[in-house]
Ligand binder design. Sequence first.
Ligand code: GDP
Length: 334
Amino acid sequence: MPRPTAIPRSTLDIPTLAASLRAGSRAALARAITLVESRRADHQAAARELVQMLLPHTGRAIRVGITGSPGVGKSTTIDVLGMDLIKQGHKVAVLAVDPSSARTGGSILGDKTRMALLSAEDNAFIRPSPSSGTLGGVAAKTREAMLLCEAAGFDVVLVETVGIGQSETAVCDMTDFFLALMLPGGGDELQGIKKGLIELADMIAINKADGDNLTRANITAGDYRGALHILTPRSEHWHPPVVTYSALAHTGIKELWQKILDHRTAMNASGDFSGRRREQQVKWMWTMLEQRLMSKLRADPALRSKVRLIEKDVADASITPAVAAEQIAALLKE
Ligand code: GDP
């Protein structure tokens, strides 16, 4: 989905932008996220200032990552769950990490048209995946967008992704609860095990447990319970449950959310909650640093051409990758 890249000058008046965002202006929030996503150096500096300024107002949302193959029902689930939460008085932001968006120039994930109910709600904010750069870059920007949404008063943030490459790890690293959606007997179970996905998941939820699928959904749930049984859980205070639900028939959604709340209660009681957040912050610092170093390498034409020559030497096997890395590190120091 195309989005405006031009950033009006007024956006760079950071204190004013921060104040309107805090006052609940959706336009300000959208502009702030565009600023965070911009690759221009002056915009990035402004974005850093903005996020730092808003930091005291972040961190209070429930952050939930949601993954699942295309067609599993992510958007239907988010639409229905999001509406339930809004009815309970929450404000719900939906963000996405779509590593393929860099290639396709657009993102299916987080597309408003997929969430018809939520997109008409004042208390929902839906933003598609940033569509530039590497997975690390996309994820880092989504994480900052999440902080902006929190500062704007959104107290539930849902971050969706698809099981491509490392995107699940990236989303898991920015959320408090990682939810893996599966299909009844879709053969997904083996995939999940292979990718290590079920090691990341705080809960596995089998969607489409309705009509003819009901029995198969229960069998699949049993399979996952068996698979989880042999894994060591990430926290000794939480054993990832396996539930079945139907987004379409609106059954099991309330129970699904209750598990997320139970998890938070358990993690708070054990201290794992703040532990996970602290670890995540530090991990993100390193991710941001990697991003900066990489973008420095890419942005400076002189550096870029030197790196290309080194790269050629490595390809020709005239120097080792280790020596090349050393040379590039030295270039960065200059
Ligand atoms: P996404 O690609 O993961 O976002 O999946 P969608 O939410 O777009 O759903 C894919 C298809 O599955 C759509 O045709 C939905 O109507 C259907 N679907 C979603 N949830 C359910 C459900 O609970 N039961 C059934 N039977 N179909 C569903």
